[in-house]
Design a protein around this ligand. Structure first.
Ligand SMILES: O=P(O)(O)OC[C@H]1O[C@H](OP(=O)(O)OP(=O)(O)O)[C@H](O)[C@@H]1O
Ligand SMILES: Nc1nc2[nH]cnc2c(=O)[nH]1
Length: 180
């Protein structure tokens, strides 16, 4: 069972769901009547996008962008690759980017610059997890769910070598998993 491979649960399923309700309420208040374009950054943000958007009680449009900079490992290559671009134009739109984690900040600083360059009216960022100790560029999310320590976390969208995304909580793997 996958659960036997987890050393420690950092954030439980219940805590995540409660946080989605809180963030959804804040987003509803801020964006009511603005029809924001909510952009999920694949693949990691997929579960968060599903749970959070259900808690937003105003009209939104959803789109997805697939970017990748970690390959199969635990260290960012530093180079953000667009795997799939948006279907929608961001020009003149209030854009809200949804991320699972901000670590080095490289992925998001790339996307924020890109959407400004593409003439979005506003660009804000909501992340479930913030790992400030990992930062390589100056980036502060507009909304963040939880601060995590400087450790490699998995679950709820976050992978190690494409596995563990389907865990309903955030955890840390047993060290022998990396060694095998
Ligand atoms: O702040 P950073 O150091 O840039 O890290 C954050 C990014 O890393 C992960 O994506 P990854 O590139 O692993 O792609 P994935 O979502 O498809 O797993 C995560 O989903 C974020 O998008
Ligand atoms: N799975 C996973 N992906 C990341 N991408 C950036 N930081 C992390 C992390 O801690 N875990």
């Amino acid at each position: 069972m996958i659960r036997d491979e987890i050393k420690e649960v950092l954030i439980s399923e219940e805590q995540i769901q409660e946080k989605c309700r809180e963030l959804g309420k804040q987003i509803t208040e801020e964006y009511d009547g603005k029809f924001p374009l909510v952009i999920g950054v694949l693949k990691g943000a997929m579960p968060f996008m599903g749970d959070l958007t259900k808690r937003i009680d105003t009209h939104i449009e959803m789109d997805f962008m697939d970017v990748s900079s970690y390959g199969a490992g635990m260290v960012s290559s530093g180079e953000v690759k667009i795997v799939k671009d948006l279907d929608t134009s961001v020009e003149g739109r209030d854009v809200l980017i949804l991320e699972d984690i901000i670590d080095s900040g490289l992925t998001l600083s790339y996307l924020v610059k890109l959407f400004h360059y593409r003439k979005a009216k506003s660009v804000k960022v909501v992340t479930l997890l913030d790992k400030p100790e990992g930062r390589k560029v100056d980036l502060v999310p507009d909304l963040a769910g939880f601060t995590v320590p400087d450790a490699f976390v998995v679950g709820y969208g976050l992978d190690y070598a494409e596995r563990y995304r389907n865990l309903p909580y955030i955890g840390i793997l047993k060290p022998e998993i990396y060694e095998s």
